[in-house]
Design a protein around this ligand. Structure first.
Ligand SMILES: NC(=O)c1ccc[n+]([C@@H]2O[C@H](COP(=O)([O-])OP(=O)(O)OC[C@H]3O[C@@H](n4cnc5c(N)ncnc54)[C@H](OP(=O)(O)O)[C@@H]3O)[C@@H](O)[C@H]2O)c1
Length: 306
């Protein structure tokens, strides 16, 4: 397992993360086994959000593990806030209230990382920064980041906030590649040239912001896994199978490796509820795909290499 050393080594996080959005499909015993499997495989970062299962996922996580201080210290707990039913809310009042709810549900008195979930078009940067600063000062949150933000949105918040924003959680997989597409086809009259992210990947690299890849196995917007979909992704699946055999892993490991091979040092958030798939995913943590293989997978997913 590869680890990223952030904040001069004070924050050490595995590059494979366990996403907890779907854990309410498991019972308590299942959640405990799932999380223990992840920890034994070297995963130390767990991704939550106040809205997952309407709060049930955080609650179930803490209850199933009988959260206590010795276990808590072995984990890096991350959660997100800012999404409300039908709208986004980065107001100070909502952020502070959300974090209190998260801490209560996770049975802890601090979060390692808080992310703002989706950009609030009505954000007042100074007000949002004031909320984050007060969470830092009170010891309720150690580190901060955002999710689904473009460079200008990041800059707007960062300008008002005294602590460095360390993370940007974004949808990315070999079947969902807007982050790399336009950079691969600069200055051309083709759809792939359209910059849908405002060069977010390059901005994050330039500013040491770690990208956390959500939905690493999904096609579209939660339309099911591309792995095994021979109708829509026959070439990609064939290529994953071929490389899986070469590296003695499964196609899941190859899909993860496509992300971890990128020099941006991305983290990959696994959303599986199957213990076996956690292990298959972890096998891609440090798998050194060659340039030819990385580009081959990108092309097999239906993209052009001009
Ligand atoms: N910031 C954001 O806006 C945002 C949005 C969405 C998610 N997230 C985070 O990212 C995490 C991961 O997202 P995700 O759950 O969508 O990611 P995912 O890992 O791409 O998808 C997981 C789902 O795909 C299924 N699956 C994976 N591989 C499969 C295969 N080979 N065959 C059949 N089914 C397969 C899993 O089923 P099994 O359970 O049966 O394995 C599970 O239902 C979430 O838990 C959450 O923490 C963040």
């Amino acid at each position: 397992m590869k680890y990223l050393e952030l904040d001069s080594g004070k924050l050490r996080v595995s590059n494979i993360v366990l996403g907890c959005m779907r854990i309410n499909n498991l019972d308590e015993a299942g959640v405990e086994k799932h999380v223990r499997t992840a920890m034994e495989a070297g995963i130390n970062l767990f991704d939550h959000a106040d809205i997952y299962g309407g709060g049930e996922c955080e609650e179930l996580f803490a209850r199933a593990l009988h959260m206590n201080s010795s276990l808590r210290e072995k984990m890096v707990l991350q959660s997100k806030c800012g999404i409300r039913p039908g709208y986004y809310d980065f107001s100070k009042e909502h952020i502070l209230e959300s974090v209190d709810g998260i801490l209560q549900r996770l049975h802890t008195d601090y979060l390692d990382i808080l992310l703002l979930h989706r950009p609030d078009a009505l954000m007042e940067p100074e007000e949002t920064a004031e909320a984050l600063q007060s969470l830092f000062d009170s010891g309720k949150v150690r580190y901060f980041g955002v999710s689904n933000h473009n460079p200008a949105q990041l800059k707007l918040l960062q300008r008002a906030f005294g602590q460095k924003l360390l993370f940007n959680q974004l949808q990315v997989s070999v079947a969902h590649t807007p982050l790399v597409d336009s950079g691969m086809a600069v200055n051309m009259f083709i759809d792939q040239s359209i910059d849908r992210t405002g060069s977010t990947l390059e901005y994050c690299r330039l500013n040491d912001i770690t990208i956390q890849a959500w939905s690493p196995f999904q096609k579209g917007f939660f339309e099911g896994p591309f792995l095994g979909d021979m109708e829509k992704y026959p070439e990609l699946n064939r290529k994953c199978e071929e490389l899986a055999e070469k590296y003695n892993v499964t196609p899941t490991g190859i899909a993860v490796a496509w992300l971890t091979r990128h020099p941006a040092n991305m983290q990959v958030i696994l959303g599986t509820t199957k213990d076996s798939r956690i292990l298959e995913g972890c096998a891609g943590s440090e798998l050194p795909l060659t340039r030819e293989e990385w580009y081959g997978l990108y092309k097999a997913a239906g993209n052009m290499i001009p």
